[in-house]
Design a protein around this ligand. Structure first.
Ligand code: FHN
Length: 489
């Protein structure tokens, strides 16, 4: 008896403690510089962002000159970090810009290639961690104006991509190795504070300059904001964000710009997303909606493993295939995110042939199947092993990357809350052939979900390409079949 009483008391204590723990978890702390909005932005600009589906990233700067190699040695470092590779002295690197002369650069050709690939937005590195500016900034001499090339690259790109109807976002690195006042650690002395103050003023000036010079851009894509010194400036950075947004209504900024006053980055101390979309999924797609936490998000991805800037030698790394990248694109959209593929042009301004081929293949697939990506979101269907489903209005797109050996694609329709009703497939067609698909009834489970087997015809099977089936569902009384099924089964 004593034992039973003991266990009952223990159980009650555990339940009470759990309750307290949950209450403590739910308690919100007052934050001045955390998220300024709970939930997603609902304005037209952000809705447009949400519908892009596929984007292009471009990492281009003076690091394209060494392209990962120097004095006959090859670095396995990310090429855009070459200054830190140990193969070049800082002085040599900092003088590379005097040779930067991308005579083959043709912004219109890049933009046309991006449009053919199906990109709806582009993010361009105006300034990476080395601090070299691809626009003629009046706040430093370390810019494109000081190169033999001289011309404003950012302007040419903004104009060319605007002309193709591709929205432009400017990548901006907070880390800037070229500025004397830049530091990673929190300034301790008055002199350090003063020096860091000059860096803050410089950063603010450059951001205002970018928004002033290129007013058609849609957003700023921040990077290199993890330094303690920057994180420590929550109030100042928050105010800067306000100023930039006031200057440029509708401006879109991801979660990597600022931290809250407790140093929490991306997600504030109350668990809410800081700014407009979650930037934490770099080269790392989430696997479930739960991971995404109901937020907008993007995933930026390299074609090789971890090379963003131009590296001459791709033989040292796995290079993703067009189908790898297409699958990732569809997966991102099935989880309510955008997917952005990175390109690293060479020092002359050429997009490397491997990237051009990949862009072309992706574009050919997107031209036929892009409906499954643009403007779509997570579908009402469960995740299936053959691939991913996305949805737009009442159209559900089944993107198949793992074709079943029996050429029957099993689809589980959602269960219906009303026990007398079930979902049937009202219509189904292949996007590539535009032909209707034949469907077999696959039975029901005890929760009222119906199963269907979509027959993959030989003409689709033989292409050995990922393909998309567009279906529509209809709720009918139990035992009824859709007119489509009656005709086709
Ligand atoms: O250090 C950079 C890296 O070079 C590259 O620019 C990527 C792109 O998102 N961002 C940083 C690493 O997170």
């Amino acid at each position: 008896m004593k034992k039973i009483t003991f266990f009952i008391i223990l159980l009650c204590s555990i339940i009470t403690l759990q309750g307290i723990a949950q209450d403590v978890k739910k308690e919100r702390i007052p934050l001045k510089h955390g998220a300024h909005r709970i939930g997603k932005r609902t304005d037209a600009e952000m809705q447009r962002w949400r519908e892009y589906g596929l984007g292009q990233f471009i990492h281009w700067g003076v690091y394209a000159i060494p392209g990962g190699q120097w004095n006959g040695k090859t670095s396995t470092y990310a090429a855009e970090w070459f200054r830190s590779s140990g193969l070049i002295t800082k002085e040599e690197y900092d003088n590379l810009y005097k040779q930067f002369n991308p005579v083959a650069f043709d912004a219109r050709q890049w933009a046309s290639q991006a449009r053919q690939m199906g990109a709806r937005y582009m993010i361009f590195t105006t300034k990476h961690h080395d601090g070299f500016c691809m626009w003629p900034s009046k706040y430093t001499d370390y810019t494109i104006a000081g190169t033999p090339y001289k011309k404003d690259i950012v302007k040419q790109l903004v104009d060319a991509y605007d002309a193709e109807g591709i929205d432009v976002y400017l990548y901006f690195s907070i880390i800037d190795w070229s500025h004397k006042g830049y530091r990673s650690g929190i300034p301790a002395t008055e002199a350090e504070k003063e020096s860091y103050g000059t860096f803050k003023a410089f950063t603010r000036n450059q951001l205002i300059e970018l928004l002033t010079n290129y007013p058609s851009i849609k957003g700023l894509w921040f990077d290199g904001s993890w330094d303690k010194a920057w994180v420590n400036e929550a109030a100042w950075v928050d105010e800067l964000g306000r100023e930039l947004r006031a200057m440029h209504p509708g401006l879109i900024i991801g979660s990597r710009f600022r931290a809250d006053e407790n140093g929490a980055r991306h997600i504030d101390s109350n668990g809410d997303l800081i700014d407009d979309y979650d930037q934490r999924f770099e080269r790392n797609l989430p696997n479930s909606l739960k991971e995404v936490g109901g937020n907008d998000w993007d995933c930026v991805m390299t074609i090789p493993e971890n090379q963003w800037g131009y590296h001459r030698d791709w033989s040292l790394t796995y290079v993703k295939t067009p189908y790898d990248l297409i699958e990732m694109t569809v997966k991102a959209n099935s989880l309510d995110g955008n997917f952005v593929i990175n390109f690293g042009p060479d020092d002359k301004g050429n997009i490397r042939p491997e990237e051009t081929r990949i862009a072309k293949d992706i574009g050919n697939w997107m031209a036929v199947n892009g409906e499954a990506v643009y403007g779509t979101h997570h579908s009402v269907l469960d995740k299936h092993d053959w691939g991913y489903s996305t949805q737009k209005g009442d159209k559900i797109y089944l993107s198949v990357f793992n074709k079943p050996m029996n050429d029957l694609l099993r689809v589980k329709a959602p269960g219906s809350k009303d026990k007398e009703m079930v979902y049937v497939i009202e219509s189904a067609k292949f996007l590539s052939t535009k032909k209707p698909a034949m469907i077999r009834d696959g039975g029901r489970d005890k929760n009222g979900s119906c199963y269907y087997d979509i027959v993959i015809p030989a003409e689709i099977e033989k292409t050995r390409e990922p393909f998309v089936i567009e279906i529509r569902l209809k709720k009918v009384g139990k035992g009824e079949k859709s007119a489509y099924q009656q005709a086709l089964t």
